[in-house]
Design a protein. Sequence first.
Length: 88
Amino acid sequence: MSSINARLSLRISALFAVLALHGCAGLSDADCRSANWYAVGYRDARYKLQSQAEVYAMQCARHGVQVDAASYEQGLRQGRYDFPDRMT
């Protein structure tokens, strides 16, 4: 049971870290303009997040930047393939 608790604790910590980085302040203009949306989607999949494309789109729209949702979703799909949920 302790390995399950450790993995759960790690996932919760990672989620809080992601939320802290993307909290109320959101993405900056530079973040939106320089983002590799494929890599962002891949990272989100690795942390087992649901698609955040709409959240990023709203944050970047404030800066006049359009998110490449297709690249983001492609990275998300690849990340889910590379890091599937496994019950071990």
